[in-house]
Design a protein around this ligand. Sequence first.
Ligand code: 5AD
Ligand code: SF4
Length: 461
Amino acid sequence: MTNSTSPGSKKFLIKTFGCQMNVYDSERMSELLGNEGYTPTENADEADLVILNTCHIREKAAEKVYSEVGRLRQAANARRAQGGETLIAVAGCVAQAEGPEIMRRAPAVNMVFGPQTYHRLPEMLAKAREAQTRGQAARVLDTDFPAEAKFDQLPKKRGVNGPAAFVTAQEGCDKFCTFCVVPYTRGAEVSRPVAAIEDEVRALIDSGVVEITLLGQNVNAYHGVDAAGQDVTLAGLVRRLARIDGLKRIRYTTSHPRDMTDDLIAAHGEIEKLMPYLHLPVQAGSDRILAAMNRKHTAESYLKLIERLKAARPDLALSGDFIVGFPGETEEDFQATLDLVKAVRYAQAYSFKYSPRPGTPAADMEQQVPEDEKSDRLARLQALLNQHQLEFNQASVGKTVPVLFERQGKHPGQLVGRSPWMQAVHVLAPDHAIGDLVHCKLLSAGANSLEGGLADRLAAA
Ligand code: 5AD
Ligand code: SF4
């Protein structure tokens, strides 16, 4: 449905912060706006609508939003002087957590909506525009957790961003780690029905996608229903998707160690399309800290789990998330994190200083760790993680591996693709190879990417 003000060639800009789920949500909002007749722009000065899709997980997220809004307000004022109108919207997890506060503190913001209500964007826009035509300030706040299923209301997803796409399988989280805002901003776990995911994957394949990553804050807790009303686990979902012709690679992220079930572990050994790379955050290596984090696993149970995964799939590469400086973390606790890292040897990792999130239990804990201590531990942890990442990549040099070319590289004539283990590989190859899975020989390695050559060209040379 096109709204009554018929926006014609109106332009929009979405600035995305944070996780893959936000990237996905921004893509869906773009599609929704495309259906409303909006076209994208990179330039805030000519945008009729600017959406900040925000992240609340770490650092001074809200302050960043206010300073970004301040800059946008100036751009909007400049446009108004020339007869244009810019609507400013704040979406995502900061909006969900602090909606009314944003409305109060930032009068320049016209719309505030959370991750569960962006499917109502056309209605919100119509309301805002109607207020404008009446000469009133356009102000809309929508941060419900609505009863209707958001995904049913969204247009069908199109594959417009290359051969690898994200597909939401699950949203929200019931784990309540004591440092984390996700259970509050994204709400309780909700899984999409199997058929909806299969339909989306088929539509993506029709538009040239060959690799999908199933997304969810706690994706391995997935428990959707199939057409017969039966409960389906993530392993079951992956098995069904693997049967779809044309789909070549399947990944999923992010997983909680507690939800790595036997059938999912077995799937890693049995399903060829399931890539040998798993993002399995552990957060810390000290059992005392893990308990205070409410992680519901120990360092030992995590290491055992990895042993079982590797027994199923020996070449499995692991990636993880770490927090240093959680309240009460001593040097000894931190050493336990380093020990765990040395035992696992991650292929890739994301590590952060603990950042108190208002409203979460850990924010009120005593014994907050001083900032300089956190920085020092983070630097030491990252040095170790980087070294392992480099060693993992170096160990691949000389191998010939299938690379899915995703896009052009920085240098002319170069493409960038991913190995099965998520390594970025730069290769001299023609543009028409984008979207192809091609055997490449890995020639050299850095910590963040590798250089390769087309295997058949090297063989012919
Ligand atoms: N402080 C620092 N890092 C955090 N994360 C989540 N909440 C916080 C916080 N309050 C990290 C965790 C999580 C990743 C997505 O972000 O490591 O796995
Ligand atoms: Fe947050 Fe992940 Fe813990 Fe859920 S499992 S509360 S999303 S860190």
